[in-house]
Design a protein around this ligand. Structure first.
Ligand SMILES: Cc1cc2nc3c(=O)[nH]c(=O)nc-3n(C[C@H](O)[C@H](O)[C@H](O)COP(=O)(O)OP(=O)(O)OC[C@H]3O[C@@H](n4cnc5c(N)ncnc54)[C@H](O)[C@@H]3O)c2cc1C
Length: 383
């Protein structure tokens, strides 16, 4: 396909990554970077690129084929123009197009649970994408709400910086960083895990579930409920709300950890099968030690300086894409292989579980890009 195209970017190339916190590192090893036509060939396949190195990697990729990126152009609305083409109203003027690919990221709008609106005004409440480093937070203890990858990583960093940290935990899978002599992700390769489709999940809403707790910082190490608790981070149940200067939590910490342990059991089965299929010895995967969930139901917020909300993301297309029928009730695109089934000429990339579990990761994006481009090539261009 050789179709005229431009790429509109409201910030700069790699903008989402530029906005991540200062110590951010990839969670998946570098060898999983499989950008279209450019699988990772650098010197550190088993490492985890830090934020700025990865931004540089993306800029180098874009430059390698002179990608026609127009930086600093924010698309404010997408609609149908009078001539039947798409009309994009942007921060630098209107643009028309026969086809549009929305590649605005799989994790668009931070989600805040209801209870987070009840905190006293003295507490600074910020979402994960507003976090930069511990020094930038007001003095005092920190309440982290959410125990997915982001919540665990930020809680660890805050604890290491000397802060008292309380984490209001939800349900998340966990896994050791390494299993046997390799990274856990290497065991998943070639299994169905990364290829799992939305239809194979227990329910559509399961796509909002957390990814396994893990970190790639300092070369990668274990980071989950038990490691946080062992280092002195206080774990509590999920946030219910706040009243009279106290934050209240559900009595469900043990249940959440049990949920994570059950997912680890699934992972152990997966790894066992992967080892047998690869003709490798099955690595040792000991059961986790018992977890002691002695969590309070509430904490006094008086000495807390900040609450960090890390409870996932939701799609945000509906706020600017004027095709309501293009999205389901949760706001995800209704599509097949990235092509809208309701709006001719509209395509998507990087949607979480768009084709597979890997769709919104650097591991799956190259394959999806080829399939989306192929479908566009086969589709007759609207006049
Ligand atoms: C905390 C966190 C950690 C992650 N770690 C990993 C990891 O280790 N490995 C991995 O594979 N994946 C990771 N992911 C997933 C990661 O986000 C995706 O792999 C990757 O960013 C997807 O690239 P993308 O181009 O689809 O989206 P993005 O990188 O989000 O790019 C979307 C771009 O669209 C621009 N944009 C959005 N709206 C508009 C608009 N209206 N007009 C103009 N421009 C717009 C944004 O500025 C942005 O640059 C992580 C996600 C999160 C949230």
């Amino acid at each position: 396909m050789n179709r005229d195209h431009i790429i509109l970017e409201r910030g700069r190339t790699g903008q989402t990554w530029r906005g991540r916190w200062d110590s951010f590192c990839l969670v998946l090893p570098n060898w999983t970077i499989k950008l279209a036509g450019a699988p990772y060939r650098g010197p550190d396949p088993d490492g985890f690129m830090a934020r700025d190195a990865f931004v540089e990697h993306m800029c180098g990729y874009a430059a390698s084929f002179s990608a026609p990126v127009r930086e600093g152009v924010a698309v404010q609305s997408l609609q149908r123009g009078h001539d039947g083409r798409f009309l994009l109203r942007t921060s630098t003027g209107d643009i028309t197009a026969r086809s549009v690919v929305l590649a605005t990221g799989g994790f668009q709008k931070p989600h805040r649970p209801g209870g987070a609106s009840e905190f006293p005004s003295s507490l600074t409440v910020i979402d994960a994408d507003g976090y930069t480093n511990p020094r930038a937070l007001p003095e005092g203890k920190v309440l982290v709400i959410g125990s997915g990858q982001t919540g665990c990583q930020i809680a660890e960093e805050l604890h290491e910086s000397g802060r008292d940290v309380v984490v209001a935990c939800g349900r998340a899978p966990w896994q050791p960083r390494r299993i046997g002599d390799r990274d856990a992700i290497a065991w998943f390769e070639g299994t169905h895990f990364m290829n799992m489709t939305l239809a194979e999940l227990p329910s559509p809403v399961a796509r909002l579930g957390a990814n396994p707790q893990a970190t790639g910082r300092d070369g990668g190490h274990d980071l989950h409920y038990r490691t946080l608790q062992a280092m002195g981070v206080r774990l509590v149940g999920h946030l219910l709300g706040a009243e009279d200067g106290r934050a209240h939590f559900a009595s469900d910490l043990a249940d959440s950890v049990a949920f994570g342990d059950a997912r680890y059991d699934d992972i152990r089965e997966l790894v066992k099968k992967s080892a047998l299929d690869k003709g490798l010895p099955v690595p040792e995967m000991p059961a986790p030690p018992p977890f002691v969930a002695d969590a309070p139901d509430s904490v006094d917020l008086v000495n807390f300086g900040a609450a960090l909300v890390t409870t996932g993301f939701r799609p945000n297309y509906k706020s600017w894409v004027q095709f309501p029928d293009a999205f389901d009730a949760m706001g995800f695109p209704i599509q097949v292989d990235g092509e809208s089934t309701t709006v001719p000429g509209l395509h998507f990339m990087g949607v979480h579980f768009m084709r597979k579990r890997s769709s919104a990761t650097l591991m799956g994006v190259g394959e999806d890009a080829s399939i989306v481009a192929e479908r566009m090539a086969q589709t007759r261009q609207p006049a």
